[in-house]
Write a protein that binds this ligand. Structure first.
Ligand code: TXA
Ligand code: MG
Length: 328
């Protein structure tokens, strides 16, 4: 059972727990979010564990103010205009990730873009007190409906989190609208609390919509997903010359001395630590210039399922990007 505390007076305790790497369920004007410190990879890994998410979708970073947003994302004139007009509120902007931001690569799923929004109310106050962005997907078990009350959060996740901040029923009750802003173009990745027509009226620009609806179900799952340039060879027993090695646990595969570069997801075999390191380590090994990254076996239980899902996608033959399918 999670403890449920009223939003009034919750800011300090929520921020304190978040700063220790705990998860806290928080109200927003759209739906309740399951929040972690977005700069703490292991805390973000706990989100996927608690939701039982089988995949590492990128998460939205919730910010307290524009200064915090500009520390993690690059704004141009168009995205600045949208933030001026719709923040705080139910609009999420997918923008270029700012170099040197301390956001965990698990939040962006290794992409070079980041989804940012400034929520209304206590969620914003908690981010301000923590002085860091909050990574927060909807506070429901994977595959279930989003929670719009503290009681619904408790029913779905109460046995997996210790604190729920109760802000009453979510005012809007559907998720935020997600819009990608790139090269002066607007693309709707998910319809939500702000109608696309309002965005068009505010900017005088068309909002490209998905034709198939594929991007509506799972933006960020398709063409936008980070894929290393190197090929991946999974469940290896021995390293071949010229390969880079992605290791896991205390015992090494044969032939590690042949590896061009090595990173260990978790020397102690901790899946939470491995999840937190996954994208950063893939990027680093990719940058070593090796044509192939050899990957030691990772167990499939708990967060291992999502880690193996990600590795299998990175290892699969590349799908051509279909023009006009709306996938981002
Ligand atoms: O209203 C909301 O947006 C709620 C509240 C808690 O803020 N949050 C929410 O989060 O709905 P979530 O994780 O359930 O959905 C976030 C969506 C995912 O579908 C993800 O793929 C997409 O945002 N996303 C995040 N970062 C992205 C990126 N860099 N590029 C494309 N899509 C991204
Ligand atoms: Mg959701």
């Amino acid at each position: 059972m999670a403890r449920i505390i009223p939003a009034r007076g919750a800011v300090e305790e929520a921020a304190e727990r978040l700063s220790r790497g705990e998860l806290v369920a928080i109200p927003t004007e759209t739906v309740y979010g399951l929040a972690a410190d977005a700069t703490n990879g292991e805390a973000v890994a706990r989100i996927f564990e608690a939701k039982n998410r089988p995949r590492f979708n990128p998460l939205i970073a919730h910010v307290a103010d524009r200064a915090m947003a500009e520390r993690i994302a690059r704004f141009d004139a168009l995205s600045s205009l949208l933030a001026d007009r719709f923040w705080p509120g139910p609009l999420t902007l997918v923008l270029p990730l700012k170099a040197g931001s301390r956001i965990s690569s698990l939040v962006t799923a290794g992409l070079d873009t980041i989804a940012v929004r400034m929520p209304v109310g206590v969620a914003r106050d908690i981010a301000a007190r923590l002085d860091r962005p909050l990574a927060a997907p909807s506070a429901n078990p994977s595959g279930k409906l989003s929670a719009t009350t503290a009681a619904a959060v408790e029913a779905g996740l109460g046995d997996r989190i210790s604190l729920i901040v109760d802000g009453g029923a979510a005012r809007i009750g559907v998720e935020s609208t997600i819009v990608r802003v790139a090269d002066g173009q607007l693309t709707l990745l998910r319809p939500g609390g702000v109608p696309a027509e309002d965005i068009e009226a505010a900017t005088g620009k068309p909002v490209r919509r998905s034709e198939t609806g594929a991007a509506v179900e799972a933006p960020g799952m398709l063409a936008s997903h980070y894929a290393p340039a190197a090929r991946l060879r999974l469940e290896i027993a021995s390293v071949r010359p010229g390969e880079a090695l992605l290791a896991f646990g205390p015992h090494r595969a044969n032939g590690v001395e042949k590896a061009m570069a090595t990173r260990n997801l978790s020397a102690g075999g901790d899946l939470r630590e491995a999840a937190a390191n996954l994208f950063a380590h893939l990027h680093e090994l990719d940058a070593s210039g090796a044509a192939t990254i050899a990957v030691e076996p990772v167990p499939g239980d708990g967060l291992g399922a999502a880690i193996n899902d990600r590795l299998a996608r990175a290892a699969a033959p590349r799908e051509p990007v279909v023009a006009g399918n709306g996938a981002s």
